[in-house]
Write a protein that binds this ligand. Structure first.
Ligand code: ZN
Length: 258
């Protein structure tokens, strides 16, 4: 499935620096001292990229032209699994909130490109052990069910490490606002027992974020909410049994030259 339309139609302007400031500062303070050049793979609208660009020699890659229009550094419109640059062009390859969006075959190619282009370091951030099923939407036209920010997979540190077997893990930590995990069994129950229009999570209150484009049939629609007591009961039970976790997982790898 090609999700290109999803990212072109995505409301990139809705991602603002102020909301991500603590994360951007954490990224900057975590970069190893001997880094001068950075490749930012899947830079989105450049909230982090543009700040990095003030202190580093930065090149940014994204497949969305709309997203790149916000980016102020060197930039390349390219899919992350086929980047037209020379091997080992950058001290560090950075990728933030990209890997969870990639289908299997693109993920494999992207990891290869990240390794190929890095001279020394690889810096990855992803949602921390997220359960992507918790933000499901059903397209009213084709009935396709998808995660609203189009997250297709979830990572913990073990899984991230497995992607870079020949690298040394220099540092890893979780960071950011605490968000509640959704128990997979309860989520399955919710999917079976309740209508999709009751699935908008209770914390998802901004109307603008309810506008979405189906990645399958390209239908643009407003995901309308309708109260359902069973959904609310299951959500409440989840609040009781599921812990909250830091939202992000950061990992910095160093190439093993031995
Ligand atoms: Zn659809």
């Amino acid at each position: 499935m090609d999700n290109k339309i999803f990212y072109e139609k995505f409301d990139w302007a809705s991602f603002k620096y102020e909301a991500l400031k603590p994360k951007v500062e954490k990224v900057i303070s975590s970069i190893p001292d001997d880094v001068n050049s950075i490749l930012d793979v899947g830079c989105g609208n450049g909230i982090i990229t543009n700040v990095l660009g003030k202190n580093y020699d930065v090149t940014a890659v994204d497949r969305s032209e709309e997203a790149l229009s916000f980016v102020e550094t060197n930039k390349i419109n390219s899919s992350a699994d086929n980047i037209p640059l020379e091997d080992k062009s950058f001290d560090m390859v950075f990728s933030s909130e990209l890997l969870e969006h990639l289908p299997d075959e693109v993920l494999v190619g992207t990891i290869e490109e990240i390794k190929r282009l890095s001279k020394k370091y690889i810096f990855i951030t992803v949602p921390n052990a997220e359960n992507p099923d918790k933000l499901l939407i059903k397209c009213p036209k084709c009935n396709y069910i998808y995660n609203s920010p189009n997250h297709l997979r979830s990572f913990n540190i073990k899984k991230l490490k497995s992607l870079f077997p020949n690298y040394k893990l220099l540092d890893s930590f979780t960071f950011g606002k605490k968000v509640r995990y959704y128990n997979p069994l309860l989520l399955n129950l919710k999917k079976k027992l309740t209508p999709a229009n009751s699935w908008i999570p209770y914390f998802w209150v901004e109307k603008a974020k309810r506008n979405t484009t189906c990645p399958k049939c390209e239908n643009e629609f407003e995901n309308k909410y309708k109260f359902n007591p069973i959904t609310t009961a299951i959500d409440t039970l989840n609040v009781i049994i599921s812990p909250k976790k830091d939202y992000w997982l950061f990992a910095i790898f160093e190439i093993n030259n031995k």
